[in-house]
Design a protein around this ligand. Structure first.
Ligand code: AMP
Length: 215
């Protein structure tokens, strides 16, 4: 099964994708994660993407679609894909259809996580992750049990994304409204879009998504 998680930055796409990976053995394909890895490794793609990402603007369609193509090529055919943060433009939606056909896959669901934008800014600027294991935390909503120590692996190193500041978040949201939300009708026409309340508790969002995938 191949699905898209769609929603503005901070809607919980990554959190829910991680849970689906755990529960269903699916694979998360996050173009944001792939780009951050490329920036860190200072690859040609990373060098090109770094400043664009810091501004909160979108990296070119060609770059992200090539990243997805490479990941799909490397994946076992039987493993379902969760597209997280891709597609983000109409051109990417068209590319994804071509890539899915090329790799013998089809799209079963597009799950849209609906959220209140003002609450999102608070969600995003407060989030941080363990630098060692990647566990996600939040200054207000999910603190570590022992201050300064990761619950999962015990590390005391944490990191924040450089684009998780209020100004960049506002740009990322404007990009979502202008370029990503308009691709919904493309999938609605196929009757594969479902909406979930992304402001609900994490477990409730997961349960709602599971319901859709079982349906
Ligand atoms: P994310 O982790 O999904 O919030 O993405 C972080 C940043 O990476 C975005 O603000 C964009 O600059 C870039 N990015 C991630 N995915 C895409 C995509 N599908 N198309 C264009 N840019 C992307």
């Amino acid at each position: 099964m191949n699905i898209i998680l769609l929603g503005p930055p901070g809607a919980g796409k990554g959190t829910q994708a991680n849970l689906l990976v755990e529960h269903r053995g699916m694979r998360q394909l996050s173009t944001g994660d792939m780009l951050r890895a490329a920036v860190k490794a200072e690859t040609p793609v990373g060098l090109q993407a770094k400043a664009v990402m810091e501004r909160g603007e979108l990296v070119s369609d060609e770059i992200v679609s090539a990243l997805i193509d490479a990941e799909l090529s490397a994946m076992g055919k039987g493993t379902g894909a969760i597209f997280d943060g891709y597609p983000r433009t109409e051109a990417q939606a068209v590319s994804l259809d071509e890539l899915l056909a090329k790799h013998g896959r089809s799209l079963k669901h597009v799950v849209e996580l609906g959220v209140d934008e003002d609450a999102l800014v608070e969600r995003i600027v407060g989030r941080f992750t363990c630098a060692n294991c990647g566990e996600g935390y939040h200054d207000s909503f999910k603190q570590t049990k022992v201050a300064g120590t990761c619950d999962k692996c015990g590390s005391s190193e944490f990191k924040r994304r450089p684009d998780d500041n209020e100004e960049t978040v506002r740009t990322r949201m404007a990009e979502y409204r202008a370029k990503t939300a308009p691709i919904l009708p493309y999938y609605e026409a196929r009757g594969i879009v479902s909406r979930v309340d992304g402001m609900a508790a994490i477990d409730d969002v997961t349960a709602a998504i599971e319901n859709i995938l079982r349906g």
